[in-house]
Design a protein around this ligand. Structure first.
Ligand code: SAM
Length: 248
């Protein structure tokens, strides 16, 4: 018997499981990067726990999601984790999102996932946007093995963390704020040598997306010469044994 519409066009809508914590990545700039499944889960859960309810509110408006939201950020995650775990245990399905990208990646998430796992709660991760993967895949640096270092400490401990990378053979990925990029490149130059190859990915998925590649001395010169660096940045450092095959 034939039914209207092909099997391919009839995608089953997502079944939302009770007593479950969903981890839902959101776009890092380009709203079209949200997945169909992310929208379905955000529509279907009982509650969305979000870093900034206004930021997530704008995303929800865009995709007609009217699920109740509650705040869950670096300053209240310890206090709110227990309450959210209790809600899930009582049968609620909760989606965790951050302002952008994947929750738990340089964003709140680890604590509640750890507690959910300890409580025997099902944790369902959705694949989706995160800055580090598009950054490294387009960097031109080896992608077979890499280390994600997140943000270096803002003040003390930066040099120690960079010194630990002197012999690192894998590509290292760092997140950095625009007002600290010149400082970071200077520190890489000092600690790892001016010939170390780096790639800086700026404003991924956005209008002014840009990759700066080359020896750190060269990339530093580029950034130091700008009036002000704007936007969001991922910094990748080539491994200690890396030999560049093509000059930028
Ligand atoms: N959870 C996010 C993820 O999965 O990538 C990361 C959140 S962290 C608070 C924000 C940092 O991620 C920024 O400072 C920057 O280093 C990086 N980032 C986020 N969006 C970016 C973008 N569009 N382009 C480049 N880097 C970005």
């Amino acid at each position: 018997m034939h039914t209207k519409g092909s099997a391919r066009s009839k995608q089953k809508s997502q079944t939302i499981l009770a007593s479950t914590l969903y981890l839902v990545p959101t776009p890092i700039g380009n709203l079209s990067d949200i997945t169909f499944r992310a929208v379905e889960v955000l529509k279907g859960v009982d509650l969305i726990a979000c870093e900034d309810t206004r930021t997530t509110g704008r995303l929800c408006d865009q995709f007609d999601i009217d699920t109740p939201r509650t705040s869950f950020h670096a300053h209240n995650e310890h206090r709110k984790t227990a309450a959210l775990i209790e809600k899930i245990k009582a049968g609620s399905s909760i989606a965790l999102v951050s302002d952008a990208g994947s929750p738990g990646i340089s964003d709140p998430g680890y604590l509640i996932v750890r507690e959910a796992v300890a409580a025997g709660i099902d944790v369902v991760p959705l694949p989706g946007p995160s800055a580090l993967i598009p950054a490294i895949t387009a960097s031109g640096l080896p992608t077979d093995r890499f280390v994600f270092e997140g943000f270096l400490p803002q003040k003390k401990g930066r040099i120690k963390r960079l010194t630990a990378l002197q012999e690192e053979e894998r590509t290292t990925i760092l997140y950095e704020a625009p007002h600290r990029i010149v400082k970071l490149l200077k520190q890489i130059d000092e600690v790892l040598g001016s010939d170390r190859y780096v790639v800086v990915a700026r404003e991924l998925t956005k209008r002014y997306e840009e990759f700066s590649r080359g020896k750190v001395s060269h990339v530093l010169e580029q950034f130091a010469g700008r009036d002000r660096v704007r936007g969001e940045l991922v910094v990748m450092i080539a491994g200690a044994e890396y030999v560049e095959s093509i000059q930028p």
